[in-house]
Design a protein around this ligand. Structure first.
Ligand code: G3P
Ligand code: CA
Length: 291
């Protein structure tokens, strides 16, 4: 890929092209040619309603063995999988509960949320899809033999959610050695939340969502194994700066970047040497990076 696409990629990978000769970037020279892991963002959300069990299954059908989700909490303390902190965009909550604006997830009980249609907004064929509980979601990912990049969404709204999530993970078998070692990463935009998870369970792999200044990376490396930035914020140099550090498990700090839905961007970030690409369309990214 590097030689064939060199002319197109030279400006973004930093490779130097002389005729057909391609000089590698520092990352390539260091032997980091592995293809990035592909993570289905909110499931295969280009093709199925985000964060539903259907999106998990669609990811499975596309051979995406990693899925990403977002976890929040209901009024009565149930853990549910949904991205927005309100129910309006992805459900029919405004029809079912017209007097309950602003329709915050945290203002509805689990029973109320279970009544909502979380599929029709995406397409009539998905009518009746539900917002899954974390328990249902973990079961499905397990049944499909997939792996989970779990985001704790807006933890500042849900005090104590880290401990609650860890209890649920334990109940569902996700804190067993094989899951912790190979099948689970917990991430958040909240550094405090990730510090808490790391303190409670130092064996769990964690990620910080964002692009900290290079000078601040060593502080993050104390409690996260990954720095997971938007693809729009990174460069080959930034990825190299992250890779230069070791995380709490004494392994090279990794980069999973988001949200990459087109081939050109996938090839650009793959050229930077990222370890993972988070995408709504895992088939598109796979084809781009396998090319
Ligand atoms: O996994 C990365 C990505 O999910 C972060 O942004 O808003 O989609 O949760 P968001
Ligand atoms: Ca997310």
């Amino acid at each position: 890929m590097y030689v064939r696409a060199a002319a197109a990629l030279a400006t973004v990978t930093g490779s130097v092209v002389i005729g057909v000769l391609v000089l590698p970037t520092a990352a390539q020279a260091a032997g980091r040619h592995d293809r990035p892991v592909i993570i289905a963002h909110r499931g295969a959300s280009a093709y199925a309603p985000e964060n539903t069990l259907e999106a998990v299954d669609e990811a499975d059908e596309l051979d995406a063995d990693w899925v990403e989700n977002d976890v929040q909490r209901t009024k009565d303390g149930a853990l549910v999988v949904i991205h927005d902190t309100t129910l309006s965009r992805t459900t029919n909550v405004e029809e079912v509960f017209p007097g309950r604006a602003p329709w915050n997830v945290r203002d509805f009980t689990a029973t109320e949320i279970a009544r909502l249609d979380a599929g029709s907004w995406k397409g009539a064929e998905f009518k009746g899809e539900r917002i899954p509980t974390l328990h249902q979601y973990l079961e499905r990912v397990d049944d499909n033999h997939q792996k989970l990049l779990m985001e704790i969404k807006a933890p500042e709204l849900y005090p104590g959610i880290e401990d609650q999530i860890l209890r649920q993970l334990r109940r569902d078998g996700w804190l067993r050695h094989e899951h912790v070692k190979r099948r689970l990463i917990v991430q958040s935009f909240s550094a405090d939340s990730m510090r808490t998870v790391h303190e409670r369970r130092p064996d769990i792999k964690t990620g910080f969502l964002g692009t900290p200044a290079v000078a601040d990376l060593p502080a993050y490396a104390e409690f996260v194994d990954q720095i997971n930035p938007s693809n729009t914020t990174i460069s080959a140099d930034y990825v190299e700066a992250v890779h230069a550090l070791k995380g709490p498990h004494r392994k090279r700090l990794e980069v999973f970047t988001w949200t990459v839905n087109d081939a050109a961007t996938a090839q650009r970030v793959a050229g930077y040497g990222v370890d993972g690409i988070i995408t709504n369309a895992p088939d598109v990214v796979r084809e781009a990076v396998d090319d």
